[in-house]
Design a protein around this ligand. Structure first.
Ligand SMILES: Nc1nc2c(c(=O)[nH]1)N[C@H]1C(S)=C(S)[C@@H](COP(=O)(O)OP(=O)(O)OC[C@H]3O[C@@H](n4cnc5c(=O)[nH]c(N)nc54)[C@H](O)[C@@H]3O)O[C@H]1N2
Ligand SMILES: Nc1nc2c(c(=O)[nH]1)N[C@H]1C(S)=C(S)[C@@H](COP(=O)(O)OP(=O)(O)OC[C@H]3O[C@@H](n4cnc5c(=O)[nH]c(N)nc54)[C@H](O)[C@@H]3O)O[C@H]1N2
Ligand code: SF4
Ligand SMILES: [Mo]
Length: 713
């Protein structure tokens, strides 16, 4: 007899960081409807187009459903279906072989955007295996914000949307499309409807820019200069919170001296923002307390990430907006297992010295290897050889800067395995491809370990198809084979119970509650000071020399100086319908965004003879790709806003789905990196653009490299 519809509450996951509570209708082990949950802690009923379509991932005919082992040359597209037993054995044999010849550090464990508990299970696997090398994309995603916060004020300051702010400064964050980690746009929009003012710093006229009191249309890559100009105005005009500065900051005089040079007039030349507007915006922020800064990726996607994030934490601090209700807060965690214990950090005491990036003298406390340094270890054996890798939840051929280098590194490895839900350009090159179960198909916990003070229940609503396994189960199996069995439970779900144990709840009880949050506690510094060496916010870092960091935020030029050969400025923003490189294979999303589009101002387009909808070639010093021109006044003249994350699932796996044609990271380089986080320039890059025509061969020969005979999977 067919089932009735059952309505189950869970949280969205793996379509972004995943914060929305959902009500899911299930019938016959199939999801028939998804709705936003009006009681959702972060979303209050909101759901985005990705969330609505998310069940289509599960039933897509192209989904990986069996472990596949490579036959023939790497990338041939020639696979053999194997059992899970053989798959696990093959992965283990190859990782062991490298461990025997190069030591455990010769194996890297790689993840992209953390999607759920699998990220922490992977760190535990690396630690128990003995490798200090977990590679992640944190160089361009959150580490600059988090660690700069930790070094400056002892915590990662996140915008508090749960309490009223008089003003929110949205700095390089496109929240209505991206719904950042821990911050769903519905809470902010509700505040705006209730009178909260907005300042938006974005080269594009975003939805939030349209609602803002001040929109600063910044030159891409110039955030550092603008943040310092804000400090200049706030200090010169005496708009800072004097009591807080006097009692709770260290190095205010040094900071004041440092920012004297960064007048709005001077910084206007690099930021393209009128001095008067910089002044007005800085005054509005400083005079509207409490105010929160919602900061986004552009702050940390160029070589000056550290200085930019430093300047912004100083702005928050001197205006008295740190750790206050409606400001940028240190969220208290609920009573759950601490991260260090869960990942068994104590098993690898030498990690801080031995991880690849320690040899590049990155910022202390950066615990994941920046992709640029991982590839150097593979290709140049510096600081030591890395010969095997295990990847899950990531598509580095598209998402790491300098895709050509990623291709070379992947081809150079002795062995690599990829777990994914769909064949991707990266998986197409692997030695072993593992079929992952995904969101809705297993019990998971969201928002663990990301500093927003809550965890979200993501109970399973349907069974996974055929042979798909949750990553956390795959990792658990690998752990049981490769490391001591006592580190891994018999049933992987026990790992979830471990996280919850201190709360006194089991997973079923947690799922019934929906989420756990820490208590709302503000101004904790009043009793115990800030967690820095001086117990104050370190506007000037007291231990800068020992940390190998500049003591004060500086402006040392644009990430790339103007180059007449590449006169336009290239940036990108995330697509509301996709997650990075994911889900272009879902009809329901692709319909809304069928092609990679580059936004160009009509005047710039006219200068280059480009018309709406034409194929254009975008070229940087590093490479060239083609995208489709969209003419819009939402970007300033001289700027190209390219699409990022593109490959073509409709093309053959043997061409790795034409990963070179429109992939933004063909244009980015890792030759120059920010010292602290190993961050490359992803935004604010010199480029030129031309119509793709007969004189400029299309498609470009660059696509022909590595062409491999066609074969169906
Ligand atoms: N040029 C440029 N580069 C960037 C950025 C940028 O703005 N510009 N942004 C950077 C940022 S912020 C980040 S976080 C990274 C993201 O980099 P990645 O994390 O590598 O990007 P995704 O597309 O999210 O890769 C996810 C892969 O996981 C698969 N997947 C989905 N669900 C599951 C699952 O449950 N299990 C498994 N095993 N796989 C699954 C998807 O099919 C997809 O292939 O990219 C960075 N790179
Ligand atoms: N739909 C969707 N949602 C996502 C993701 C996704 O891929 N798609 N990715 C998830 C991940 S991992 C992350 S880290 C977050 C990131 O989310 P965001 O931080 O919002 O990331 P972006 O879209 O890269 O950039 C945000 C805004 O910065 C603007 N911008 C571009 N260059 C510059 C610049 O140089 N300076 C300034 N000030 N602004 C600039 C862009 O126009 C854009 O509006 O989103 C998450 N959510
Ligand atoms: S905003 Fe994110 S969490 Fe919410 S429905 Fe969309 S993809 Fe899911
Ligand atoms: Mo990210």
């Amino acid at each position: 007899m067919a089932d009735e519809i059952r309505w189950i509450k869970t949280h969205c996951g793996r379509m972004d960081h995943g914060g929305c509570s959902l009500v899911v209708g299930v019938k016959d082990n199939r999801i028939i409807r998804v709705k936003g949950d009006p009681d959702g802690y972060l979303n209050r009923g909101y759901i985005c187009p990705k969330g609505l379509i998310s069940p289509d991932r599960l039933t897509h005919p192209g989904r990986l459903k069996h472990p596949l082992k490579r036959k023939g040359a790497r990338g041939d597209g020639n696979w053999e279906k194997v059992s899970w037993e053989e798959a696990i054995q093959t992965v283990c044999e190859n990782l062991r072989k490298v461990r025997e010849t190069h030591g455990a550090r010769g194996v890297a464990f790689c993840q992209g955007m953390p999607k759920g508990m699998e990220h922490f299970a992977m760190i535990r696997l690396a630690n128990t295996f003995g490798s200090p090398n977990v590679v992640a994309v944190q160089d361009v995603c959150h580490a600059p914000r988090e660690l700069t916060g930790i070094h400056t004020c002892g915590f990662y300051p996140v915008a508090d949307f749960h309490h009223k702010s008089r003003l929110v400064m949205v700095w390089g964050s496109n929240l209505t499309s991206t719904n950042e980690e821990g911050e769903i746009c519905s809470l902010l929009l509700e505040q705006v409807r209730n009178g909260t003012d907005l300042i938006v710093i974005d080269p594009r006229r975003t939805e939030l820019a349209k609602k803002s009191r001040h929109w600063l249309q910044i030159r891409p890559g110039a955030d550092n200069g603008l943040a310092l100009a804000f400090l200049n105005v706030i200090i010169e005009e005496g708009l800072y919170e004097k009591d807080f500065v006097e009692n709770w900051t260290h190095g205010f005089d040094e900071l004041s001296d440092q920012v004297k040079a960064y007048t709005p007039e001077k910084m206007s030349k690099v930021t393209w923002v009128e001095p008067g507007l910089i002044r007005e915006a800085a005054r509005s922020y400083a005079q509207s307390r409490p105010a929160a800064i919602q900061w986004g990726n552009p702050i940390e996607q160029n070589i000056h990430a550290f200085d930019t994030a430093r300047a912004l934490v100083c702005v928050m601090a001197i205006c008295g907006n740190l750790d206050v209700q409606g400001g940028n807060i240190h969220a208290s965690e609920p009573k759950i297992q601490g991260l260090g214990k869960f990942v068994k950090a104590d098993l690898i005491p030498l990690k801080r010295k031995e991880m690849i990036h320690a040899y590049h003298k990155t910022i202390p406390r950066l615990m994941t290897v920046p992709p640029a340094f991982f590839r150097k270890a593979v290709l140049e054996a510096f600081p030591y050889p890395v010969r095997a890798a295990y990847f899950h939840c990531t598509n580095p051929l598209i998402t790491y800067a300098d895709s050509q280098k990623t291709f070379e590194a992947l081809m150079n490895l002795d062995f690599f395995a990829v777990s994914d839900i769909f064949m991707t350009p990266t998986a197409a090159l692997a030695d072993m491809v593992l079929p992952a179960a995904t969101h809705f198909e297993f019990n998971d916990i969201g928002h663990y370990g990301i500093g927003h003070g809550c965890i979200l229940a993501r109970p399973k609503v349907v069974d996974p198809p055929e042979e798909c396994w949750p990553d956390i189960k795959i990792i658990n199996e690998l752990g049981r084979h490769l490391t001591r069995e006592e580190y891994w439970p018999k049933n992987y779900e026990t790992l979830l119970e471990e996280v919850l144990e201190p709360s006194g709840l089991n997973y079923t009880q947690f799922a019934q509650k929906g989420y756990l949050k820490g208590p709302d506690r503000f101004q904790k510094y009043l009793s115990s000071g800030f967690r820095t060496p001086t117990k104050k916010v370190e506007l000037c870092l007291s231990k800068a020399d020992g940390l190998g960091l500049p003591p004060l935020p500086r402006f040392t030029g644009l990430p790339q100086e103007n180059d007449p050969e590449y006169p336009l400025v290239l940036t990108s923003s995330k697509n509301a319908y996709y997650l990075h490189s994911s889900y272009r294979w879902l009809e329901g999303l692709r319909r809304h965004s069928p092609d990679p589009v580059s936004e160009i101002h009509p005047e710039t387009a006219a200068e280059y003879g480009i018309k709406e909808g034409e194929t254009v070639v975008i070229e940087t010093k590093k490479g060239r790709i083609t995208q489709t021109a969209r003419l819009t006044r939402n970007v300033p003249p001289g700027v190209i806003n390219g699409s990022y994350g593109w490959w073509f699932p409709e093309e053959s796996p043997e061409s790795q789905f034409q990963w070179k044609r429109s992939n933004f990271n063909i244009l980015t380089s890792v030759e120059e990196l920010g010292k602290e986080f190993g961050t490359p320039n992803l935004k604010g890059i010199g480029c030129r653009v031309a119509k793709a025509g007969k004189d400029r061969q299309y498609p470009y020969p660059v696509q022909e490299d590595g062409k491999i005979p066609q074969r169906k999977i």
